[in-house]
Design a protein around this ligand. Structure first.
Ligand code: S3P
Length: 443
């Protein structure tokens, strides 16, 4: 099978209802919580992708039985002390920062050395953000530079910590929460706002966690967890995956889309606020709460014009995975200059995404002014692309591939968009191209 996809035509108008796979953040968290539960947990609509399969393989290696049958999964948790740590054990987080970082908090009670590995993209990413706080609990680390591979030796005499999390990283916050569950005292985190799935699951499971929500940060307290009850979970769809189709609709002529049963955690819907500020109507229908998480069907339709945005920095964390698609579509098409700032975290993702946005926009013929943490995008509603565009060697970052495909379907290029490494979608959204093809169907 060819790894490259070639696109030359703009998508035709569509009016469809679609279903997106299960949320990646929730799927990984369900797998990890269930592995510590006392008894059998079941899930429906679990995301089956590179990142979640890596999580399943890790807990299996730690001695936890998993039965996976399509999107149904059963995990036979063995309680808080149920992991089997072996000599010379190595665990592979593959491409997943969420798995790698959360896992270190979970296995911090291992007195045996554990090696944590990742693929070439994950090995370039910062792990100091979790090894620093985890060292203060009593773990020790050996690492080259600031990333993977690393070796951790945990402890059974962990001390609670007080920590200020300034990046707005849910992975960092969650790793500390998991470690805090294994100490005898109270761990306190002052965390810049970020996705709150871990806290919501803790509350639903009645674990000893308290959150006091302030304007720009949360104060989180976590005490020792003795037992986690099994958790049956019907995983809602992923807004980060849905966002590609919200953007495609915004750039298509006279189109409409309804995306069913999407998780709209308030710390994940920055893209909705950004789209609305840019003049795109987005409606949440059938809003409901499922096990503490907000869920809705999301409706959008093509706007007449797209306005530029001076993006408020308080939306950064809640749109962190969506900026690339925002830059390559709505910001590129807006009738003016859009400005996004304080975004150094974007270069800490599966690839340096701010740099990739700049490169791709340049190939498209869109002017940008980019710094280490900001981008100004000179949108052009009448853009005509005149040159062949080739996207490759981007560390197989799934979101670079998918955002490029959506840009290609939105900005016609007779010379063609050549987008390599289509296997990268397996990380988070294996049926992405089937949904694209369904929308693009000749009628
Ligand atoms: C995630 C948190 C975010 C996000 C990632 C998933 C999570 O990363 O980009 O895709 O599930 O906790 P950071 O915590 O590094 O911001």
């Amino acid at each position: 099978m060819s790894r490259v996809i070639v696109l030359k035509k703009k998508i035709k108008k569509f009016d469809k209802q679609i279903k997106i796979p299960g949320d990646k953040s929730l799927s990984i968290r369900w797998i990890l919580f269930s592995s510590l539960a006392s008894g059998v947990s079941k899930s429906k609509n679990l995301l089956i992708s590179g990142d979640t399969l890596a999580a399943i393989n890790v807990i299996k290696k730690l001695g936890i039985k998993v039965v996976l049958n399509k999107k149904f999964c059963k995990i036979y948790g063995k309680g808080m002390d149920g992991y089997k740590y072996k000599d010379n054990m190595s665990l592979d987080a593959k491409n997943s920062g969420t798995l790698g970082r959360l896992l270190l908090g979970l296995i911090i009670n291992s007195t045996k050395k554990i090696k944590l590995l990742g693929d070439s993209s994950l090995s370039k990413r910062d792990f100091k953000r979790v090894t620093n706080p985890l060292s203060r609990f009593g773990a020790s680390f050996k690492m080259r530079n600031k990333g993977l591979p690393l070796i951790m030796k945990g402890s059974i005499n962990l001390k609670p910590i007080k920590y200020i999390e300034k990046k707005g990283s849910a992975q960092c916050k969650s790793s500390i929460i998991f470690a805090g569950m294994r100490t005898d005292g109270k761990t306190i985190i002052k965390a810049k706002k970020s996705r709150s799935h871990t806290e919501i699951l803790c509350k639903y499971l009645k674990l000893p966690l308290k959150v006091r929500s302030k304007k720009n940060f949360d104060l989180i307290e976590i005490n020792k967890v003795k037992k986690i009850n099994p958790l049956n979970y019907d995983i809602p769809s992923d807004i980060s995956s849905a966002s590609f189709f919200l953007a495609l609709t915004a750039l298509s002529d006279d189109s409409k889309i309804l995306i069913k049963n999407v998780n709209i955690n308030p710390n994940r819907i920055g893209i909705v606020s950004i789209f609305r500020k840019m003049g795109i109507t987005i409606n949440f229908k059938n809003k409901r709460i499922y096990k503490g998480e907000k869920i809705a069907d999301i409706f959008t339709s093509s706007p007449k014009i797209i306005r530029p945005i001076n993006c408020p920095i308080n939306l950064n964390s809640s749109a962190i995975d969506e900026f690339l698609i925002i830059f390559l579509t709505v910001a590129a098409k807006a009738n003016g200059v859009s400005y996004f700032k304080n975004l150094s975290e974007l270069n800490q993702k599966e690839s340096p995404r701010l740099k990739w946005a700049e490169k791709i926009l340049k190939m498209m013929g869109i002017k940008t002014i980019t710094t280490a943490d900001s981008i100004k995008i000179f949108g052009n509603p009448n853009l005509r692309i005149k040159k062949k565009i080739v996207i490759k060697n981007y560390l197989k970052d799934h979101r670079v591939f998918m955002a490029s495909v959506i840009a290609a379907l939105s900005f016609e290029n007779k010379k063609g968009w050549y987008i390599y490494d289509k296997d990268s979608i397996k990380t988070s959204f294996p049926n992405f191209l089937s949904i694209v093809n369904m929308l693009n169907d000749e009628r």
